[in-house]
Design a protein around this ligand. Structure first.
Ligand code: GLY
Length: 593
């Protein structure tokens, strides 16, 4: 990545008009309405400012959006110091591991989409966890062949070999410009000195107290001295984590995979019947993959390939949606929701059958992405009647695929785009902190099919393609996504949410591409989801009762459930950067300059 001016003259113009606003543009803490001058109001009118209920943060040079404001601040500082989008993403990745400890991580894994403005190249970086060498297909089954409750979630055997440290350091070597130690400094300081526990974090700790409370090393961090979980306003200090981060800052990834941290993780596993050995850690490799690409109404969508199912199914869904005049049917109208939900049902059936780690199994990627296949699937969808899930079988694509994950997006002044989704799987992952490291370990092994046909924690059914094998990567739904328009950066987005990631990201794409919404409106809109099993459309609270009634008339089962996804989105619009952090997590912030 070179200093290559790409954001066109519009950006420069916007920089001039917005120069009246000093300091970072921050969502929530500084309402847009309050900081807008006459000049910025004129610029903002280009994105329907006066029509919108929710407002994006507007900036000229760079933007970061994450679901934890301290980490956003870390990223913004890097950009302002002249670091590029990957520098900021690396600093934020380590900072979120400290400040968002239930999903940001050092002991998990994930995916990064990078658009390099200098070369125009897009790369999908896979730092997903892998199954340890000793993992076997039936490792979570009892003697009768039944899945042992909780074993793939809250035991040492649930932990996959972590990829985050390898992924972030790889990205920095490949595209970054600043030293690792400098970028990790804020995370180390936040771990060492602590920060106040928010209402959100306190709620998650309370909810996960039984899992965390089983392990002395986890209790020592997330519980008070009196044995009760940390409360809002308490200071969360993570001294061991600060030491581990310092070792990584000095020694790079090898401190984690071959050095003192590897020794401690392997010892923790050996003490408690876990499978990860020192050799597993030493063998961990990041993979650079070719992204999945699709086009939709003139936009180019660039997204994550397997071992994520997300990219393939997002493009598959968009290929089907291209058959329908959604704008005419109306946003979140019964007709639009019915058609999109029927399409979701069909692709989740394909997911269960075909998707797995392409390094181990043949996934009919081209078949699933083909427009002919989408046209075939569209024929199955009736305008006025739902197709019951029991009658839905995986299709026949031509032969040759907690919720707790977090996403963040970064764009720099040169037009480099980075979208990162990384995860521990469920909140606090396995709940296990490897003693002496302060590092919370994932439970990503649950993303494999413990037994074909038996649903995982997200209710997702997997098949043979996602069966457990040594060194294989479990199937994911994480979908960090970039969109280009006329070859130029247009949108960066992604979300946590387990099985619901795919449909959440899809709705951000549809809201922006079909309905012209800016990130704030696209994010604040109510969401819906259908995943084949269970056979129901899940909607967020506030969905119109009239729409629900019309959906039920079509035979749809509709249930109101908790909010879905926490998207972090940046859009380039009229030469400006618009960012919005999903209010479904009030701790987040979009910050720009
Ligand atoms: N652990 C959730 C996912 O990767 O989809």
């Amino acid at each position: 990545m070179h200093r290559n001016p790409i954001l066109r003259l519009g950006l420069l113009a916007a920089a001039l008009v917005l120069s009246a606003c000093s300091g970072p543009q921050r969502q929530q803490a500084v309402p847009v309405v309050q900081r807008a001058t006459a000049v910025t109001q004129a610029a903002a009118a280009a994105y329907d400012y006066d029509f919108n209920v929710f407002h994006s943060v507007v900036a000229s040079h760079g933007m970061v959006v994450a679901e934890q404001a301290l980490a956003s601040q870390v990223g913004l500082d890097v950009l302002k110091r002249g670091g590029n989008a990957v520098d900021a993403a690396v600093a934020m990745g380590f900072a979120l591991g400290v400040t968002l400890p239930y999903s940001g991580n050092t002991g998990g894994g994930g995916f990064m989409m990078v658009h390099d403005a200098a070369t125009g190249q897009d790369v999908a970086l896979d730092f997903r966890e892998v199954a340890p060498q000793a993992a076997t297909r039936d490792m979570y089954l009892d003697a009768q062949g039944n899945v042992i409750d909780g074993m793939s979630l809250h035991t040492h055997a649930a932990v996959g070999v972590p990829g985050t440290v390898a992924g972030l350091t790889h990205a920095l070597q490949r595209w970054g410009s600043l030293p690792l130690a400098q970028l990790m400094q804020p995370a180390i300081a936040q771990a060492e000195n602590g920060y106040p526990v928010s209402e959100t974090l306190a709620t998650v700790i309370e909810r996960e107290k039984d899992n965390l409370g089983q392990w002395p090393a986890s209790r020592a961090i997330f519980f008070r001295d009196d044995g009760t979980p940390l409360q809002r306003g308490d200071t969360l200090v993570q001294k061991d984590l600060a030491t581990s981060l310092r070792l990584i800052a000095q020694g790079g990834a090898s401190a984690f995979y071959r050095g003192p941290i590897a020794d401690k993780i392997a010892a923790e596993m050996a003490r408690h019947g876990g499978l990860i050995s020192k050799q597993d850690l030493a063998d961990y490799r990041v993979v650079e993959r070719e992204p999945i690409r699709g086009t939709y109404r003139g936009y180019e969508v660039v997204t994550m390939p397997p071992p994520s199912s997300g990219g393939i199914h997002i493009v598959q869904l968009l290929n089907m949606m291209a058959h329908w005049p959604l704008q005419e049917w109306g946003h979140n109208s019964a007709r639009s929701v019915h058609h999109m939900a029927e399409a979701m049902k069909l692709v989740y059936a394909d997911r269960a059958e075909y998707l797995g780690d392409t390094d181990f199994v043949q996934v009919p990627v081209r078949g699933l992405l083909s427009r002919d296949y989408a046209a075939e699937l569209v024929q199955k969808i009736s305008d006025d009647r739902t197709l019951p899930a029991a009658q839905v079988k995986p299709g026949h694509p031509q032969a040759h695929e907690g919720s707790n994950t977090t996403h963040y997006s970064v764009m720099d002044k040169d037009g480099n785009m980075v979208a990162v989704t990384y995860t521990l799987n469920t909140h606090f992952g396995s709940g296990i902190v490897a003693e002496g490291t302060g590092i919370v370990l994932n439970n990503e092994m649950d993303d494999f099919s413990a037994k074909p046909g038996v649903p995982n924690v997200y209710g997702l059914i997997g098949g043979e393609a996602n069966a457990i094998e040594a060194r294989k990567r479990p199937l994911s739904s994480m979908s960090p996504t970039l969109v280009l328009k006329d070859g130029q950066p247009w949108l960066i987005t992604g979300s946590p949410g387990g099985a619901r990631i795919i449909t959440t990201v899809l709705q951000i794409l549809s809201n922006t591409m079909d309905y012209g919404m800016d990130p704030a409106e696209a994010t604040a809109s109510l969401r819906f989801h259908q995943q084949w099993t269970p056979d129901e459309i899940r909607v967020e609270q506030g969905f119109s009762v009239d729409t629900i009634a019309l959906l039920r008339q079509r035979g749809q089962s509709v249930v109101v459930k908790p909010a879905m996804g926490r998207t972090q989105t940046i859009q380039v619009r009229d030469g400006q950067l618009l960012g919005f952090s999903d209010p479904r997590n009030p701790d987040g912030a979009a910050l720009g300059y």
